[in-house]
Design a protein around this ligand. Structure first.
Ligand code: FES
Length: 155
């Protein structure tokens, strides 16, 4: 199977069977993210125990790219510290903006690199990541539960 087909399958699999989809009671971090280009919105919920992400969920509407990216993100950040999660945000955003990426670090997320060919869709792929980053930044700044808002506008 060609690599492009494999990547397409990964994206469709996460879109049709999203992992960690749903809401969460009393999360430590909640962020409502929006992509002003299309009006799609997606919320992320994070639970922390002793500084590690023990649970993460997302809900929202959006295209296959935004939904699959959020699904893959939730899988990959579970078990990470906030700084580790932010490191992954940086690597993913760098890949989406054309930097070389490694499968060791990004795993299934590599499937989204084809989106780079369609600049308007890059914000679809980064929507959940921009939201996560904003929520983590606000949490680390305040050291208490946060409800944040994020937008891909400045990306
Ligand atoms: Fe709205 Fe992709 S078209 S997030």
């Amino acid at each position: 199977m060609a690599l492009d087909d494999l990547y397409r399958e990964v994206i469709l699999d996460h879109y049709s069977h999203p992992r960690n989809k749903g809401t969460m009671d009393d999360p430590d971090i909640k962020v409502e993210g929006a992509n002003p280009l299309c009006g799609d919105e997606l919320s992320i919920f994070v639970r922390l125990v002793h500084g590690k992400i023990t649970d993460v969920k997302f809900v929202g509407r959006g295209c296959s790219i935004s939904q699959s990216s959020a699904s893959m993100m939730t899988q990959q950040i579970k078990g990470k510290t906030l700084d580790e999660a932010k490191g992954l945000v940086g690597k993913f955003k760098a890949m989406m903006h054309g930097e070389p990426a490694s499968e060791d670090e990004l795993g299934d997320l590599m499937a989204l690199q084809g989106v780079r060919k369609f600049p308007v869709r890059i914000k679809c792929a980064t929507l959940s990541w921009v939201a996560l980053e904003q929520g983590v930044d606000e949490f680390q700044g305040s050291h208490q539960k946060v409800v944040a808002k994020a937008s891909t506008e400045a990306e």
